[in-house]
Design a protein around this ligand. Structure first.
Ligand SMILES: *[C@@H]1O[C@H](CO)[C@@H](O)[C@H](O)[C@H]1NC(C)=O
Ligand SMILES: *[C@@H]1O[C@H](CO)[C@@H](O)[C@H](O)[C@H]1NC(C)=O
Length: 441
């Protein structure tokens, strides 16, 4: 099981999120900003991919369980309205090389014989996915599992005593699915005691395929934060899409597993098929031994006195340079705090730079999928994006290299455009006030 990612409610009216009446309107370049996704994509030299027959819209199979904390109206809202709407967004946004035949996942092998090609020696721990009220995950049901042969008596030449072998049956699996999502609504220890007080929902990847693409994941919607009221719809939908994107691989656990478009790993693999365990300076300043992504995927270093993570994959860099108007930008920043304690890198875009983005950490009702997140998903090597799903980021548009890379407030106390240097004072949005523009249709 992998780390868990959270989305938080925006609790305070901090600097910078609201239009300030003292901001001069005439400094704001005139809208509209009519930049379709292709504008990010084509002029940067990567070319627009012709649709390949082998990539088709992702099919997400949802399994709901542990809904007892919800009354029947909210159970129905979650199962029949919210999750299908989020699945619909993602199946329009992302294509994959589809799973052939029914989707099943491998059982864990508990121990192996030290001879290449020998079968597994004993059955391992259950594969787990789907949150339970105690915060752990449930064992995946047999119908979703591949068969596994185990042999308890084998020889040095790799042959085994047939009478020591047993083979479990293949499950029936799920047809027409490329990803299985467990959706729960359990009041776990990660959920807040009252609404409006922290975590709305969280999610993670459970199982990946042979190319590391996530094929099974889990999302828990904290019951106290799940609302079927129509005024909450935008927030609820963006939270659901955000969580599904974490489960689909937008996460700290995925950066080291990203692949080039031809399927080769971006980070070199060891004998176990995984990136090497490397002592790494994590964003919280603690050095941990983790499977660190290559420097061609994520740059990690000290800048302006903090540890900065920059995603430096090709399409992500092209989109970020274009958005921020900084042709020398090495790459956009991820949030510089571990998303959950113990994780090494951020799992969100930096809130300070990309507050409107769906994959910023803090929910705002204006958040949407932009070309930045689609670029990261394409640069994973697992997905092709539907670029016409990208909505334009306005905040930070053409703000330049200093704005994108330097401190919000310089050493003499002067705030950069859009930031403020007085606590609780509202800043100005650059280049146009965020809250006066609703980018959803
Ligand atoms: C791509 O996105 C557009 C805009 O939302 C949508 O109309 C179209 O159906 C999507 N394409 C696919 C293949 O889903
Ligand atoms: C399970 O399915 C795989 C792939 O379809 C097949 O190769 C294998 O023989 C099956 N195993 C059993 C025990 O039925």
């Amino acid at each position: 099981m992998e780390a868990v990612f959270l989305i938080f409610l925006m609790l305070s009216v901090a600097c910078g999120r609201h239009h300030n009446h003292h901001c001069a309107h005439d400094e704001i370049p005139a809208p509209p900003y009519n930049f379709a996704a292709q504008e990010y994509y084509e002029p940067t030299g990567h070319g627009r991919r012709t649709t390949s027959n082998s990539y088709e819209p992702i099919r997400i199979h949802v399994i709901t369980q542990n809904l007892a904390a919800l009354d029947s109206a909210r159970q129905s809202f979650l199962m029949n309205t919210l999750v299908p709407a989020a699945v619909s967004v993602l199946s329009r946004a992302l294509s994959v090389v589809r799973v052939q035949g029914p989707l099943r996942v491998n059982r864990n092998c508990g121990s192996t014989w030290q001879v290449a090609g020998s079968p597994c020696a004993s059955v391992g721990q259950p594969v787990r996915c789907g949150y339970m009220p105690d915060g752990t995950s449930a064992a995946v049901a047999d119908y979703l599992l591949n068969s596994l042969q185990t042999c308890s008596s084998c020889n040095a030449d790799g042959t085994c005593n047939p009478s020591s072998c047993t083979t479990s049956a293949n499950g029936t699996g799920v047809s027409n699915a490329d990803f299985v999502l467990y959706v729960t609504s359990a009041t776990t220890g990660s959920c807040p005691a009252s609404a409006g007080d922290g975590t709305l929902a969280y999610a993670s990847t459970c199982v990946r395929d042979q190319y590391d693409r996530p094929i099974m994941g889990q999302a828990n919607f904290c019951p106290v934060a799940l609302s079927s009221s129509s005024s909450a719809w935008e927030d609820q939908l963006s939270t659901a899409v955000h969580e599904l994107l974490h489960a689909l691989g937008f996460s700290t656990d995925s950066w080291a597993l990203f692949r080039h478009q031809d399927g080769t790993p971006r980070t070199p693999r060891g004998a176990d098929g995984l990136p090497a365990l490397t002592p790494t300076l994590c964003t919280d300043g603690v050095t941990r031994t983790v499977r660190a992504p290559s420097a061609s995927t994520l740059l990690v270093r000290q800048e302006r006195g903090v540890i900065v993570n920059r995603m430096v994959t090709p399409k992500v860099v092209a989109v970020a340079r274009d958005l921020l108007g900084c042709s020398t930008l090495e790459g956009p920043e991820l949030e510089n705090q571990p998303t959950t304690s113990g994780s090494c890198f951020g799992s969100h875009w930096e809130q300070r730079l990309f507050p409107q983005e769906m994959m910023a950490s803090t929910a705002s009702h204006n958040s949407f999928i932009s070309a930045l997140t689609l670029a990261a998903l394409e640069d994973s090597g697992w997905y092709r994006a539907n670029w016409s799903m990208a909505e334009p980021l306005v905040y930070g548009r053409n703000a330049g290299c200093a704005w994108a890379t330097e401190r919000c407030i310089d050493s003499s106390g002067v705030a950069q455009d859009g930031f403020c240097n007085v606590a609780q004072q509202d800043g100005c949005m650059r280049p146009t006030p965020l809250m006066t523009t609703d980018h959803r249709s």
